[in-house]
Design a protein around this ligand. Sequence first.
Ligand code: DMJ
Length: 471
Amino acid sequence: MKKSLLIFVAGIFLFSCNTGVENKSGEKPVIGMAAENVRNETLRSWQAYKKYAWGHDALAPLSKTAKDWYEEPLYISPIDAYSTLYMMGFEDETRLIEAYVVDSLDFDKDLDAKVFEVNIRILGGLLSMYELSRNAAVLEKAKDFADRMLPAFDTKTGIPTYWVNLKTGQAHGDTVNVAEAATYTFEMGVLSYYTQDPKYYQAGKKATLAIFDLRSEIGLIGDVIDVNTGEWVSTQSHLCAGVDSYYEYLYKSYLLFGDDELGRLWEESIKGINTYLAETYDGKLWYGRADMHSGEKVSSVITLYDAFFPAILALSGDTDRAIKLQSSWDYLWNLNGLEPMVYDYKKATSSYPAYDLNPEIIESAYYLFKITGDSSFYKMNAQYWSDIKQYCKTDIAFTSIKDVETKEQKDYMPTFFFAETLKYLYLTFTEDEQSYPFSDYTFNTEAHPFKRNHFDKSKAGRYLGFVNSEQ
Ligand code: DMJ
């Protein structure tokens, strides 16, 4: 029997030996052994973080030490981990994080933070912490943090600089990629909704419109831009790392807030993507790189981040392409049992064969499993989880891999492993459909969940400052 089939059959058998995790009403919903296993591994890794890296940004699981992104820690792992721990029902742990954030976390730090990264992890994490806890003091922290980010958006184009100093507001770094330029409408929109102050969403949307307005005659964008001149520094068009979440937020922000303008931007963008970037090579669907002006293919080098795209295709209704693309990514994963960071689908080589516990292929399998109901996507995630446990597990947690062929380990557990990878695995496997139904939630690009019906579309225009044409 094939290994993947064996895992699936074992999964079905184990479902009959269900365990439970208490929910808020004191009931014990059945989650099944596969989900329970992810839950146990999450707790084991979280406890390792607490023991060896508490108060710091991330855990280095081999040396059993802490790593910080900047001169001072910003507490990124716990903020990123919160929504996953919450959904898994670890109430003591989430209460601990919440208390630390409210009582001890002070963002008045003289350090330069990467605007894009702290937006999706810290602002996104804090907003979902508020969304789940309804603790008003957490919303105040989120607002304080966003106010410290806003000076970065004060450029000629409205596209934020790469860095912003959290204490002084001094912003610098004129060259950014498209993801760094325009992945803000989601978090800024949520904050505008909750504060009823449009300034956040307006700043994020201005940056998004600036990128869209700089598209070529054939409707493609480049990938690196100067925030002051608005000139493309690189005219390569793709949906790989460095662009990915720009497209993701066009659709997701439209979905969550109902801003039709973003919906139109998505519709226009996806036409160019499917016309010029998509190609079938060796019987597999891939999205490569093309020149934004001529539309001619310039490269078949992709990154594992691109595996987010089947999820967005499926969410936006193009299940056919989503299934084909996911099958290409599944093929790539199974070449080595983990996927390489960078891969050339024509040369079948990797110039950077690391795997950093990234979530994207798992995220897409989760979406496809929920949208199509096809168990082959469940099986994919069972396979990926089994491989991650085989190659990335350490005595205290999980760690990144230097080379997917040799499986040599690095000494780092990224914060998105808590936020995304473990969450999407858990949500795929859990039998408890009641607590977090797929169609009730929209996730930011760091997998922080926001309940769709918390955002009343008849109020969103007013709170976020947009007008739909039919209103
Ligand atoms: C995450 O931080 C986010 O999903 C981001 O958009 C790109 N990918 C990383 C994890 O791989």
